[in-house]
Design a protein around this ligand. Structure first.
Ligand SMILES: Nc1ncnc2c1ncn2[C@@H]1O[C@H](COP(=O)(O)OP(=O)(O)OP(=O)(O)O)[C@@H](O)[C@H]1O
Ligand SMILES: [Mg+2]
Length: 471
């Protein structure tokens, strides 16, 4: 995979370049340098850098000109400016032009500089990730507001696309929370009826005594309380689509009337002698097994066949875990906008935990979990600890070998501490190994703040040097 160089130093003073070269080595950053403005522009054009530290006074282009060039040409490198003492105005101007930070020479605190550079790199990575997500949004990973790039969802999209323009009745099947209502909306939006009403009725939520009047309307005086004529939803939906959710819950008496609408295209208000023609497309949904209801004589067989001309089954979320990262980012952005917090992404272990959970409540449950995490999160990255325990699972903090450890001789508190420490050591070691001892990289992978990461390393008595040597 392509990886940008971490740091570029642009300065004509060899002593300064040396300082940064040593810093980069200590931090495990990849490093390059340019000694003139012209050389720097050439390098910025030809290769990619996460962050660049540029001196204001340079032969060729000045530091400020390089900064302007970078911004105008939308080069993604984060720029940090070095000025001589007393040139605060230049620094302020540089920030206005879009520099990430600035420091003055001579350096009084190299740690501060190193932290600023690490933060600039982190920002670069987050922005790149967001751009990648934006690019993905434009492609086939979303269809009429339904997110999904898994093969199974692509098949659902293809089916909607071919069925939508017809007038056919559609039965949408799938577990609760899989997105059946979104599928019904998409069918309407992609049909010739799109400019006409889309009316939703949840048949399970309306009491039996009201359902008939809701659907078909009533005449004034037709029953106690019917003080005036009222149009039914079928009439309201004329020319458009009616979405009947939980259709399996319709009582038998109303099933007969629904059958008449389907067969004759007619509705009759309660208390009326004549019928009216309506042109309404019916989309029905249920998470119950209709064939079983038919077998138990709770659902009319003829109605079942009328509704089930074409069926679309929305797969459960656990069968399309490819879609989980995408859905998570989608809900993250939605919530971040709502809460005004700046939440950019999710740590690798948070995503891993989300992908392994069984999601009985499907996308609706995932949406709730992400919303909760957005409230709990501290900083721009959702961490595993922001997820509910049921999602993390009992085995999350235990590596395979530790899973077999005998904890029975410890108190609960001791056992938890021990498991947590073992987990920390094993997790950090594997991260540091795969990052070849580069603390910044490892922290970024963990979705952690660099200084916090360093603290935990120390607590676990792990030494970054050890991992630099490892292959
Ligand atoms: N693929 C998806 N992309 C984006 N949001 C989704 C997706 N699937 C479901 N959602 C969201 O999840 C929630 C539940 O979806 P929806 O109401 O369509 O599910 P349902 O299958 O009708 O559930 P139920 O059977 O409980 O009525 C909604 O907030 C919906 O916007
Ligand atoms: Mg629904």
């Amino acid at each position: 995979m392509f990886k940008p160089t971490n740091l570029l130093i642009i300065d004509d003073e060899p002593a300064i370049v040396k300082v940064f070269e040593k810093l980069a080595k200590d931090e495990g950053w990849t490093f390059a340098s340019a000694s003139s403005g012209t050389q720097a522009i050439d390098m910025l054009n030809k290769s990619a850098f996460e962050a660049a530290v540029v001196d204001i006074a340079l032969p060729g282009f000045t530091g400020m000109q390089i900064l302007e060039y970078v911004k105008q040409n939308q080069i993604s490198t984060e720029m940090l400016i070095m000025t001589g003492v007393g040139s605060v105005e230049t620094a302020v101007q540089a920030i206005k032009l879009g520099a990430y930070d600035y420091f003055t020479k001579p350096f009084d605190d190299i740690n501060k500089i190193s932290n600023a550079i690490a933060k600039a790199m982190e920002r670069h990575r987050l922005l790149q990730k967001l751009k990648q997500m934006e690019r993905m949004e434009g492609d086939s990973s979303s269809y009429e507001g339904i997110i999904g790039k898994s093969r199974k969802m692509q098949e659902v999209f293809e089916l909607i696309e071919s069925v939508a323009p017809t007038n056919s009745t559609v039965l949408v099947l799938g577990e609760s929370g899989t997105g059946k209502e979104l599928v019904a909306q998409a069918l309407h939006k992609r049909s010739r009826r799109a400019g006409k009403p889309f009316i939703v009725i949840n048949c399970a939520a309306v009491p039996e005594t009201l359902l008939e009047s809701e659907l078909f309307g009533h005449r004034r005086g037709s029953f106690t309380g019917a003080i005036q004529d009222k149009k039914g939803l079928f009439e309201e939906a004329d020319g458009g689509t009616i979405f009947m959710d939980e259709v399996g819950d319709i009582p038998p008496a109303i099933q007969v009337k629904l059958l008449r609408v389907l067969q004759e295209g007619e509705v009759r208000m309660i208390g009326d002698n004549s019928s009216k023609n309506v042109d309404v497309r019916i989309i029905a949904a249920t998470n119950r097994d209709l064939t079983q209801l038919v077998g138990e004589n709770k659902f009319r067989e003829d109605l079942y066949y009328r509704l089930n001309v074409i069926s679309i089954t929305v797969p459960p979320l656990r069968e399309r875990s490819d879609d989980i990262p995408l859905l998570t980012y989608y809900f993250l952005q939605k919530n971040a906008k709502k809460s005004g917090k700046e939440i950019a992404t999710c740590s690798v272990d948070a995503i891993t935990a989300l992908q392994h959970y069984k999601w009985v409540g499907n996308v609706r449950e995932l949406e709730n979990v992400v919303e909760r995490a957005c409230v709990l999160v501290n900083g721009p990255v959702i961490q595993a600890r922001d997820l509910p325990q049921r999602v993390l699972g009992e085995s999350f903090y235990l590596t395979k070998e530790d899973g077999h450890s005998d904890f029975s001789k410890f108190s609960y508190h001791e056992a938890k501490e021990k498991a947590f420490m073992t987990f920390n050591r094993s997790y950090l070691s594997s991260l540091m190994r795969s990052s070849k001892g580069n603390i910044s990289f490892a922290a970024a992978k963990a979705g952690m703040d660099r200084s916090n990461f360093k603290k935990i390393l120390k607590k676990c008595s792990l030494n970054a040097e050890e991992f630099k040597k490892s292959k």
